[in-house]
Design a protein around this ligand. Sequence first.
Ligand SMILES: Nc1ncnc2c1ncn2[C@@H]1O[C@H](COP(=O)(O)OP(=O)(O)OP(=O)(O)O)[C@@H](O)[C@H]1O
Ligand SMILES: [Mg+2]
Length: 364
Amino acid sequence: MIMSGRRGGAPLPQSAPRPGDEVLRIDGLEVEFGSGPARTTALRGIDLTLHAGRVLGVAGESGCGKTTSALAVMGLLPRGAAVRGSIRYRGTELLGLPEKELRRYRGRHLAMIFQETTTALNPVIRAGDQLMMAARAHVRGSRADARERVRAALTDVRLADADRVMASYPHELSGGMCQRVIIAMALSCGSAVLFADEPTTALDVSVQEEILGLIRGLVTRRRLAVMMISHDLAVLADVCDDIAVMYRGEIVESGPAPAVLGSPAHPYTRGLLDCLPTLQGRRDTLPELPSDPAGTPTVPGCRFRPRCGWAVDACREPPDLVPVLAGQPRTSRCWRSTAVLGHGAREAGRAPGIPAAADHEGRG
Ligand SMILES: Nc1ncnc2c1ncn2[C@@H]1O[C@H](COP(=O)(O)OP(=O)(O)OP(=O)(O)O)[C@@H](O)[C@H]1O
Ligand SMILES: [Mg+2]
């Protein structure tokens, strides 16, 4: 993996972070895959901050760069991916650290859970042995200490019959149980940051709610800093304190979840919200918006312009991500943020929607 970033930084604090402490700071993160004509720019300068005891939701359509953001922090992007910018964990720059050093952070400080629980666990090793291996790999101490931490973690993820779970192979556990085992793995290692990449998408709705409630509880009790990745704004609305909406490798809107979801300031966020199912049952599932690869656009200016019902001539210049209103922790990458925000306040009706990808002019 090609990386550039500032090396070193403050020594790692040994104490647990306090609620609200900044634990992870991503600045200007850029990621490119491949080279020459096959080059894909997946991230174009992402800034994100995670705080202890808070959940940051990252939303956006397929291919906008959600998973790439998390994998870049974990140091899990494939070889050959070019990564630039800065990723600081409690003051220490991670970008550019040798793999051996980064491995100390992965698992012990930074953990990630995925949608596909079956691939995250080794199918031929009992769950308990996998938990013990992880607990012992990352934290020094006796076998008895590790077993104690694993048991505490299993209790914390509300897996009542810990003995049976530990003696089971992954295929003997349900999807929801596997996801709990994986979360317990992160807890038993003492991770302070959890990346949850569509952690409930593959689960039944009732199990989904249990897992989301569980994560929310752990955020409060263990002061975890969580990045919750989802294409589903309804899921994020339930669990997140803050939201960042991504479009084609950029953040287009961010801020406290109630503000962003209650009165969006970017036409793309508005469009995503318009696709949510309603209580009246007009839509019973979230319609898939057209996929929109993060390739280089051939149109100048705002990357969302070809799909935007709010576009004006000014949008031929690329907008920056700037505060929506002075004194508020909200940002939007739109020349017309104030109008979009005002429209939401004035009108109960629908805002301009998102035309289908086929309508795009010059997609990249
Ligand atoms: N290993 C890779 N090699 C080449 N391109 C990649 C690779 N991984 C991701 N990409 C590209 O980077 C962009 C961002 O992908 P990413 O997986 O981060 O999207 P995502 O927002 O997580 O999408 P989804 O909701 O489908 O999971 C996409 O254009 C994708 O095709
Ligand atoms: Mg993804």
